[in-house]
Design a protein around this ligand. Sequence first.
Ligand code: ARG
Length: 461
Amino acid sequence: RSDQIRQGRLSGERSGDLEHFLASMEADRWIAEADLLVDMAHLLGLRRQGIIDEAPARALMAALLDLHDHGLPEEAFDEKFEDIHAGKEAYLIDRVGEDFGGRLHMGRSRNDEVATCIRVRLKQELIALVRSLDDLRRTLLDVAAAHTETVMPGFTHLQHAQPTTLAHYLLAYEQAFSRDTARLREAYARVDVSPLGSAAFASTGFPLDRVYTAGLLGFSRPAPNSMDAVAARDFAIEVLAGVAVSMTTASRLCEELVIWSTAFVGFVQLDDAYCSTSSIMPQKKNPDVAEIMRAKAGSAAGSLAAAITIVKGLPMSYNRDLQELTPHLWRGVESARQSIPLLAGMIGTATFRTERMAAEAGRGFSTATELADVLVREYGLPFRTAHRIVGRAVRHGSLDLATVEAAAREAAGISVVELGVTEEKIASVLDPVHAVAVRNIVGGPAPAAVAVQLSEQQDLL
Ligand code: ARG
């Protein structure tokens, strides 16, 4: 069996290197099954419109159903065919004869065929990815629900900044993943159109019913312009952007887990399943899954950059360059499909060391903001003055009353003692639990405010 497509216009043999250079067979494994569905839809469309007779239609459908049940034979993936579309056609012709098998490609080109296959498979991948993101979000919400009172330090610049709770922290990630999910759902709507019937780009003189075949394949509608249908890959770029952004969120959470599991921080113990050890250092427990996921986010961003750069210089309509984009699409999608369930598992099985979090919550004068706020709210100082006084006291190394008083005289020429500030007042204000409790407005970390966020996100999910 040889590549029948070349036998008319072209002559001569090609080297294996050349065939390999041109072939998309490896990536085509992603769309081989979809291609059989696309063939069936096209065949049913041809038959319905009376374009193909019953006998060849029956023979072709029997062969396609058999291939669907048993899988395409390896020979269909031979690189001499360049792609699975040609390899599968050669196989079908071999099987049912050219008089029947040579009729399937009426009114069709590989250009609309491949674009349809990619969209069919990509829709399946997006559904699975969105489901796994939903699972991850459910895990984050469950763990958060158990930790609304778990006070811990929050950071800016990775410096202790203000106290918060583990629930508030995890809900921040859940918010981000909820937007990531929404982006992928929105992208899905733009993937969900059928290029089938666009042929090379100018559609066809065969009276194809594109609405019918789109419906058979589960698409909402046919792509409205046949040139755009074969040339467009913005749907793939958009999905890759959604994947790269989701992986970026995942990577940030992984980075937390890496930092939190260090001996310095000690906020989390990851389950052994998600860790590796060292071949030389017998004591080591390394967060390798989180590290590899962090790196995969970089690869996903690379796939997006590759895809967008491949498309940017292409004139209408189909250009073979587009073949080079598709593996980046699958690589990006696969990285997210693998990562997101593992991340859910890693979070769901982790042990959070709440006593370490509590011990760190008040470190580094993390409640200084609250002291400044109380000087404003209860003693009438302008915020900038209070900020300067408290900052000066921290510079002097303490927030006890004597130091705050000295700082007030030095930095503002006033006495906080005369205003009525007491040692007990300062002590109560500096308690991290208090600082969390008073941050009880929309979006804040106070347990009641977090309960609202939790129930809103649970409803959304
Ligand atoms: N393997 C090709 C791709 O992935 C299929 C379309 C080939 N079309 C063509 N005119 N050579 O884009």
